[in-house]
Design a binder for this molecule. Structure first.
Ligand SMILES: Nc1ncnc2c1ncn2[C@@H]1O[C@H](COP(=O)(O)OP(=O)(O)O)[C@@H](O)[C@H]1O
Ligand SMILES: [Mg+2]
Length: 260
């Protein structure tokens, strides 16, 4: 397992995320388990695992253990009682977020955008803000997009088992989704991504959920409820949400483009 070497800085945001250099020579964004945000790390892990399977651009991540002596040097952490495991995602340097970029002429990995939108609808991610995408400029005004921050999938960072049975089935308000939709070149990409989501082996979904460390305190029943929500939503809810998204958001954007 990688070990933390140097503490660099705290990152902006509510998540208690810290930038740390590890023994593999790389920098990772580390999120600690926090009271009040009990489902943040399980959400990050499940969102990451599923997104990765779908081939979506999510920074490489792992579940790690930081020795308490290391965390004790960080004032924000020294006061907290710390869980044994943390969630670490590889830091992508030289990125801007969706607020910091105004002139995007091309998204280099635009083939992944329909998959990102469907992932967010499948998982009910209400936090795909412009801060939760990273854009790296590769040639003038051409950007590679990555997604970060899956802490609020399943509707919130502090859901309970019963919330998972009543997750919203409506369109999400997300300017980021609208921006992404404008770079999707063909409506059929949504259908292809839906098919991919619907054919993920249930055993794999169960396995990803099973890997959640015990010290993140997700009960057996809650884990079961996560799997049930994922399987139910991809079959019954996601196709309908996809059609609504295409009709209400995707198509109007592309009609405007043709007219204008
Ligand atoms: N893998 C990453 N690479 C580069 N920057 C990141 C990465 N993950 C997070 N960040 C930065 O850290 C900030 C906080 O992380 P985020 O996961 O969005 O947590 P939250 O918004 O819940 O505090 C982000 O807005 C972004 O600026
Ligand atoms: Mg964020």
């Amino acid at each position: 397992m990688i070990e933390p070497l140097t503490y660099l800085r705290k990152l902006e945001g509510k998540s208690n995320a810290h930038l740390i250099t590890f023994s593999d020579g790389k920098d990772y964004v580390v999120k600690y388990f926090q009271p009040g945000f009990e489902k943040s790390l399980p959400n990050e892990w499940v969102g990451y695992g599923l997104g990765r399977y779908l081939g979506l651009p999510i920074p490489f991540a792992k579940i790690i253990e930081i020795p308490p002596e290391f965390s004790a040097q960080v004032p924000e952490l020294s006061e907290m009682s710390l869980a044994q495991h943390q969630f670490a995602s590889l830091y992508i340097p030289n990125c801007l977020d969706g607020h910091q970029v105004s002139n995007v002429s091309q998204i280099i990995n635009h083939q992944t955008l329909a998959g990102i939108i469907l992932l967010d609808y499948w998982l009910c991610n209400r936090d795909r803000t412009r801060k939760n995408i990273l854009l790296r400029e590769e040639t003038a005004n051409s950007y590679r997009l990555a997604i970060i921050d899956q802490a609020e999938i399943f509707g919130s960072y502090s859901w309970n088992q019963f919330d998972l049975e009543t997750l919203p089935t409506e369109l999400l308000k997300s300017t980021t989704h609208q921006i992404m939709a404008s770079f999707i070149e063909d409506e059929t990409q949504f259908i292809e991504q839906l098919e991919l989501i619907q054919t993920i082996p249930i055993l794999l979904i169960e396995e990803i959920v099973e890997v959640i460390p015990d010290d993140w305190n997700v009960s057996k029943d809650e884990k079961k409820a996560m799997v049930t929500a994922l399987v139910t939503r991809r079959k019954r809810i996601l196709p309908d949400l996809m059609n609504k998204f295409i009709k209400k958001i995707y198509q109007p954007i592309h009609e405007n483009c043709q007219n204008g």
